[in-house]
Design a protein around this ligand. Structure first.
Ligand code: NAD
Length: 278
């Protein structure tokens, strides 16, 4: 079975399952992405700050896979939000990737102390209109940030890429996204290995019922909730495992039991809060 797609507000589609390269060192990125493409991944999530766009680009070039079969996302780093800098930043990213456009370009964090994320968003709209990004969106934006960029430009982000896993579901952001037609991309879908998700009874039970691993049960939960995910692993056997999600389906009860792992008070968060990153 093939990877389902999600239709974005731009009219373009995105494969719901991809491969993320956060913390893949620059000199290992080409190998990791080449292996991911061999496994079957066609959606790659990188960022300027990951410093591995060249490796991603090299793997894409060597793969010979037609450009229109690939979905590539990169992100604007926080120090390039002001003035015309986003235009320079996307050109640099495209040079490194060896591409003439990305499929999705995101403002990486709102960095509210700088108060430049509204400028960044207005520039992303220009970048899209210039054809350098097919779709544009944001990452780590909370409802207050989303409201502001939409009020400013009238343009609704195609996605908001946020930390999201069963223990940390950010329901306020999900409600905003639902109401506005923005799709949710879940980063840290496995809790980055920092939250004991794989020991939770609901996950253990669902995995056992379907003869899959806890990681597969959690990733399947994301897919059935409609989230876009791109788990990261440098190990090929895990790339294969994380891609093998289409031979089983969680029951409604299993989904509900995993839903109930949300701590509800934000204590399931494993990484930085948007107000902390500048
Ligand atoms: P993740 O939840 O995908 O966790 C990755 C870690 O989980 C791996 O390092 C590995 O230790 C473990 N793992 C992976 N597959 C496993 C398996 N099958 N069984 C057991 N353990 C397994 O976290 P992530 O890499 O932080 O998030 C995924 C992607 O999201 C990133 O690569 C990146 O593309 C993106 N991301 C974006 C932001 C942002 O601010 N926008 C922040 C972090 C990550």
């Amino acid at each position: 079975p093939s990877v389902p797609t999600v239709t974005l507000n731009s009219g373009h589609t995105i494969p719901q399952l991809g491969f993320g390269v956060f913390l893949v060192p620059p000199d290992e990125a080409e190998k990791a992405v080449s292996e991911a493409l061999e496994v079957g991944y066609r959606h790659i999530d990188t960022a300027a700050i990951y410093r591995n766009e060249e490796g991603v680009g090299a793997a894409i070039a060597k793969s010979g896979i037609p450009r229109d079969e690939l979905f590539v996302t990169t992100k604007l780093w926080n120090d390039r939000q002001s003035g015309e800098q986003p235009h320079d930043a996307i050109r640099e990213s495209l040079d490194k990737l060896g591409l003439d456009h990305v499929d999705l370009y995101l403002t990486h964090w709102p960095a509210p102390e700088q108060d430049q994320y509204t400028n960044a968003w207005a520039k992303l709209v220009e970048i899209r209109d210039a054809g350098l990004a097919r779709s544009i969106g944001v990452s780590n934006h909370l409802p207050e940030h989303l409201d502001r960029i939409v009020a400013d430009t009238g343009v609704v982000p195609a996605v908001d890429q946020i930390e999201l896993h069963p223990a940390y579901q950010q329901r306020d952001v999900l409600a905003w996204a639902d109401a506005n037609g923005t799709k949710i991309e879940a980063w840290g879908p496995l809790g980055q290995g920092k939250y004991p998700l794989f020991e939770k009874q609901a996950v253990v039970d669902a995995a056992a019922a379907h003869g899959v691993t806890p990681a597969q049960a959690v990733l399947r939960w994301h897919l059935q909730r409609g989230f876009i995910v791109f788990p990261k692993s440098s190990r090929k056997e895990r790339m294969v495992e994380n891609f093998d999600l289409f031979g089983f389906e969680l029951t409604a009860d299993e989904v509900a039991a995993i839903d109930a792992l949300d701590t509800g008070d934000g204590s399931g968060r494993v990484s930085a809060h948007p107000s902390e990153v500048n």
